[in-house]
Write a protein that binds this ligand. Structure first.
Ligand SMILES: CC1=C(/C=C/C(C)=C/C=C/C(C)=C/C=O)C(C)(C)CCC1
Ligand SMILES: [Fe+2]
Length: 353
């Protein structure tokens, strides 16, 4: 993408705030991967109870709060005031889309779970495409096709590599989630973890990752290979990370320090107050503003969690069950969140190069 594209001015007026945002997301992201991979390689997989910690923290730190400013981001990105009408529209979106998906969990939990994996793949992929374009200025992703390819690669890494590398833990979490709704339906998940399916995914997805990186390499623009190198480092780093670190831990850390951090930074850049603060290097000011903006609807998310806890047919009885209730809550909240982020993508011309 050339430096003159509209994205630049829509995303942020300040070059300094963009650079700070890029350094923060890349630095924290890669550091988290490196620490988790090194610890796992040196001392082995941490005990299961420790693996839950990042997901437990994500309830209040970065994870759940990252979507809790959805009612503010679109008006801010458009330079419009936040009005009662704009708040109501986002509220209704969450109410209808979230409720419809909650009903699907009750009626067809296996399908609802498959949809959860697909939605997460798309959503985490779209988040990284934004970061590559707006923060890293990836000029090897000029066309919509190359961006779609990047979406599938980046979203596929957290959803597919653990399935290949850690089928037992993946199956355990999947079966616990579906079991909350219908213990008899759990058997329908079995084929997903068969060696044949996993081998096919490994070959197909591995080929796609290699193809996307090579294609990008040959499409780097006049700015040199810097952005492509960032893309390749992140991609290969994530491959190793999800292949080595057990998924409950890996996804917990990724959710907080990769996806949510990047999205929060994105919300700061569309907010004139926070992005001016970032420009000045006043990172604390930007964070305090985010925390204040996100607090009320993070509490709202917790109320949804309680509602789902009370609605699941099987009473949660173990730590794994509690995680499963939390993941269903995330699923139900993520579907409307994806709609908001897709509208934000449109506002920032992520898909119309
Ligand atoms: C924890 C975990 C899983 C799923 C996590 C998912 C799907 C999380 C989605 C989070 C979202 C959508 C956050 C919003 O941005 C797997 C892969 C079943 C396997 C093992 C552990
Ligand atoms: Fe998100």
């Amino acid at each position: 993408m050339s430096r003159e594209t509209p994205l630049r001015c829509v995303v942020s007026d300040g070059e300094k705030s963009r650079q700070r945002a890029a350094r923060l997301s890349l630095g924290v992201g890669l550091l988290s991967l490196a620490v988790a991979v090194s610890v796992t390689a040196l001392v082995g997989s941490p005990p299961l109870s420790y693996q839950y910690v990042p997901l437990a923290l994500s309830v209040v730190v970065l994870g759940l709060p990252h979507g809790a400013v959805d009612h503010l981001v679109l008006p801010r990105a458009r330079g419009d005031p936040v009005t009662r009408r704009s708040l109501l529209l986002v509220g209704l979106l969450y109410l209808f889309v979230g409720t419809a998906y909650a009903v699907l969990w009750l009626l067809a939990p296996v399908h609802a779970f498959a949809l959860f994996i697909l939605v997460t793949l798309v959503h985490w992929g779209q988040g990284d495409v934004y970061a590559l374009l707006a923060l890293v200025r990836a000029d090897h992703l000029k066309t919509r096709t190359s961006r779609l390819l990047a979406l599938v690669v980046r979203g596929g890494l957290p959803m597919l590599v653990p399935l290949i590398a850690f089928p037992a833990q993946y199956a355990f979490v999947a079966e616990t989630i579906v079991g909350l709704f219908d213990p008899d339906a759990v058997a329908a998940l079995e084929p997903m973890f068969s060696p044949a399916i996993r081998t096919a995914i490994a070959i197909g997805f591995g080929g796609l990752v290699a193809f996307a990186l090579l294609r990008g390499f040959f499409r780097t623009g006049p700015d040199g290979r810097g952005p492509w190198l960032v893309d390749a480092t992140e991609t290969l780093g994530l491959v190793v990370y999800f292949a080595v670190v057990p998924p409950i831990l890996a996804i917990g850390l990724y959710f907080c320090f990769w996806h949510s951090l990047r999205h929060i930074i994105r919300t700061m850049l569309v907010d004139s107050v926070a992005s001016t603060a970032l420009d000045r290097g006043a990172i604390g000011t930007a964070w305090r503003r985010f925390a204040r903006d996100a607090a009320p609807l993070t509490v709202g998310g917790l109320i949804v969690l309680v509602g789902i806890w009370l609605s699941v047919p099987q009473t949660p009885a173990s730590v794994a069950d509690v995680l499963a209730v939390y993941l269903v809550t995330i699923a139900v909240l993520t579907l409307p969140h994806v709609v908001v982020v897709t509208l934000l993508d449109r506002e920032q011309r992520i898909w119309s190069p």
